[in-house]
Design a protein around this ligand. Structure first.
Ligand code: ADP
Length: 460
């Protein structure tokens, strides 16, 4: 096992990793920016190193400063958390060159699965369901049109190196496709330094269902079943739950097994999530693979009892996975609400500033992962998520009731948060029934918010 793990991240995930490291007998070193000088999580670390000013480009994204912090504090491993450098294969390579273990996949596995075209190729080989479309990068509009003719419009042009929704264009006819191909290539080249794009079928009304996987360095790979993350706004997940409701167990097991085969074939060590869209007939199509721990990992921990962060540290240290597939089963249901310091009534405007009141809920099967406490000042530089509220119940109905109760106990002020919105969303028929009739798909929250806005305008 490692002696000291450097955490190249901040906030709730830094705290989550400190706790896991401590349980495994490892010390932790936190790097932090000047804007995070008073971050409460730093008090829990064994050592802390300031690596620069507030902007992430000057601190949490600076490979040179992070590596020198690791070297001067004698850390033998780096955990990247999520965001920042977590999916940067070059960073993983620099770590390896400096003899520091990167807690995550090898740079090769990360690059292979991080490129959407090579990932899709590997998925086909592993029997993981993918969208129909071009198998390779497309440059020629004629070729794109011939693919679109085969699969039928609408189609979507996507960047091989894509991320954050950039380099994507939806096309409903040949003209839009020719234009989308050119503009997506341009955008991708500018954003990622790689202009390769491909074309696949565009699914209009989909649910987001993903599979949590873990792999080790001995050819071991398991899946920890699935999660539903259909409740989103602008591609940002708001509520996640597991297991995904309304997926027959036979279909679920087949898709989950194909995901762990994909991870195994990629010689993948660490936590990975294979993301899918699912149509109303329970047909699955892979979106992408996230080669890191995800924000919503606690949902899976609550239903399987497997500590995903500890497991990823263990496998990075060369240990085999501590669980086999047949030891993993689903117990009950879990839901997570992301608590963002944003004002839903004012266009989700971020709410930096002092959190004067922060009173968290408790009780049976209630978990709050947060770095915040009363008196904490939210810096304006980073993501607005200030915590995650996760509940577990014997079934979905109990979990929803428990979430309602927990939200009613959670008091945060004077800053505004997404909690009141969550209280409402979990009672909406689209969410409670999650059925086609109520149009439970990845746009349901946006439709609801648009209807609110229209109503507000009409009444003024
Ligand atoms: P990124 O890496 O940029 O986040 P993804 O492949 O995850 O790109 O896609 C981002 C979002 O775009 C998805 O969550 C989904 O809402 C939408 N999307 C991507 N591909 C398709 C598709 N083939 N059909 C319908 N929606 C899609």
């Amino acid at each position: 096992m490692f002696d000291r793990i450097l955490i190249a991240n901040r906030g709730e995930i830094a705290l989550r990793i400190i706790r896991a490291a401590r349980e495994l007998g490892c010390e932790s070193v936190c790097v932090y920016s000047q804007a995070d000088r008073d971050g409460p999580w730093l008090e829990q670390a064994d050592e802390k190193v300031c690596i620069g000013p507030g902007p992430a480009t000057e601190s949490y994204l600076r490979v040179d400063r992070i590596i020198s912090a690791a070297e001067t504090t004698h850390a033998d491993a780096i955990h990247p958390g999520y965001g920042f450098l977590a999916e940067n294969a070059q960073f993983a390579e620099v770590c390896r060159d400096c003899n520091i273990e990167f807690i995550g996949p090898s740079p090769e596995a990360m690059a292979l699965l991080g490129d959407k075209i090579s990932c899709k190729r590997m998925a086909r080989e592993a029997g993981t369901p993918v969208f129909p479309g071009s198998a390779e990068a497309i440059e020629d509009p004629e070729e794109a049109m011939s693919v679109a003719k085969d699969i039928g419009y609408p189609v979507i042009v996507k960047a091989a190196a894509g991320g954050g929704g950039r380099g994507m264009r939806i096309a409903r006819n040949d003209d839009e496709l020719a234009e989308g191909l050119a503009s997506a290539r341009q955008e991708a080249a500018a954003a990622f330094g790689n202009g390769a794009v491909y074309v696949e079928k565009f699914l209009e009304h989909a649910r987001h269902v993903e599979v949590q996987c873990l792999g080790d360095k001995h050819g071991g790979a398991v899946h920890l079943f699935n999660r539903d993350c259909t409740s989103q706004r602008r591609h940002q997940k708001l509520i996640e739950e597991g297991p995904a409701p309304g997926v027959d167990s036979e279909i679920r097991d087949q898709v989950c097994e194909s995901a762990s085969t994909l991870i195994r074939n990629a010689n993948y060590a660490g936590a990975a999530t294979v993301e899918f869209l699912m149509d109303h007939e329970q047909k699955f199509y892979m979106l992408e693979v996230n080669t890191r721990v995800q924000v919503e990992h606690p949902v899976t921990e609550m239903i399987t009892g497997v500590d995903i962060v500890k497991e990823s540290i263990r496998v990075a240290a060369g240990e085999p996975l501590s669980v086999t597939q047949d030891q993993i089963s689903i117990n009950g249901h879990a839901i997570e609400c992301r608590v963002n310091a944003e004002d839903p009534d004012r266009g989700f405007m971020p709410q930096p500033g002092v959190v004067e009141q922060f009173q968290i809920p408790g009780g049976f099967d209630v978990r709050v992962d947060t770095h915040v406490r009363s008196g904490y000042r939210i810096p304006p530089n980073y993501d607005s998520m200030i915590g995650k509220l996760i509940v577990h119940g014997r079934d979905r109905t109990e979990a929803i009731a428990r979430m309602r109760s927990a939200i009613s106990e959670f008091h945060i002020g004077p800053i505004k948060t997404t909690l009141p919105l969550h209280a409402r969303l979990i009672q909406e028929p689209a969410f409670t029934t999650h059925d086609v009739e109520h149009r439970y798909d990845i746009h349901w929250v946006e439709r609801l918010l648009d209807a609110d806005a229209a109503e507000a305008t009409a009444s003024t």
